[in-house]
Write a protein that binds this ligand. Sequence first.
Ligand code: SOE
Length: 381
Amino acid sequence: MSSKQPLRVGMVGIGFMGRTHSNAFRQVSQFFDLPRRPVLQAICARSEGPVQAFAENWGYASHETDWRKLVARDDIDLIDIASPNDTHLDIALAAAAAGKMVMCEKPLGRSAAESLQMVEAVEKAGVANMVWYNYRRVPAVTLAKQLIDEGKLGKIFHYRAKFLQDWTISKDLPQGGAGLWRLDKSVAGSGVTGDLLAHCIDTAMWLNGGITEVSAMTETFIKERTHTLTGAVQPVTIDDASAFLARFDNGSLATFEATRYARGHKALYTLEINGEKASIAWDLHDLHRLQYFDHSESGRTRGWHNVHITDGDHPYMKHWWVPGLQIGYEHTFIHQAADFIAALDGGAAASPTFREGLATDRVTDAVLASAESRRWESVTG
Ligand code: SOE
């Protein structure tokens, strides 16, 4: 038995994100020395058979089929929301009212208005909270943050980000239901703007500060799809592709693009930052490498460095294997769980908090508003 105080996790959702979060809470104590030890206390999903199977597979002590029962249990400390976006608001409000800590998968709300309610609820209740924007915790991206904060890039001129996928190109793909709720606006809130650009915006504001205004365009390439659950052919109301120009508080300019129609790209998240003294580039398909160009180097050998972010002095890496050996996507969630638990020990709140998740949703709202109005829109709030 561990002498550490348990952190009893009640998770909602058994899809892709239910698995990444469960894996994070299962593994984190083995690799990070933390003040509290997560215990997989209960998993919740609507269907008895699948949730029971998930509980057995991941080692949850119990399961529920109604999230309200989960939230009411007094043997749960933390509610982790890994269910579709239309469930985030109600679960978060109830969890905060019950005095539980709350973690929530991105995007926080389907709109900034929903996210604001969640922020007010957790802040009023004074409970720890965090949004799972996992890409900040790729060691190479965290190193980029350190280099920028140390002033290595100097004044930033440009920020460029893309998140490209190709999984919805077929017109025969239905919309709605398990796995495909991301295509259903009433459930997801938006298409690639909330699903993919939200990642790019979260990382961008973390690395480069607030975004003040945006000018966007979106497109829905396939106009009608069959609904998985009802069989009805219905209009597609999500954005399949979304691109925008932005200005940051610090005066830098940005371009952002996300699509599910970039044939050949499965999850290509890339970013590049150009500063007066140096530039940085990163690519999710090569996630353990950071491309770095330092203009102060001698001109004769100056060039882009391809740095392998696997050494003990790189962010998070001392917790893993030996220098030179890589880690992957799932580790970003483990890092996020570690930072959340470490911050419970009285330190600063682990970032991104719900308030920071709201800031991202304010930008995605402005992007969708600009695509609609065909004008520049200010980011409000
Ligand atoms: C969509 O395909 C998706 O799974 C997003 O929902 C995730 O947030 C992203 O990390 C990968 O792509």
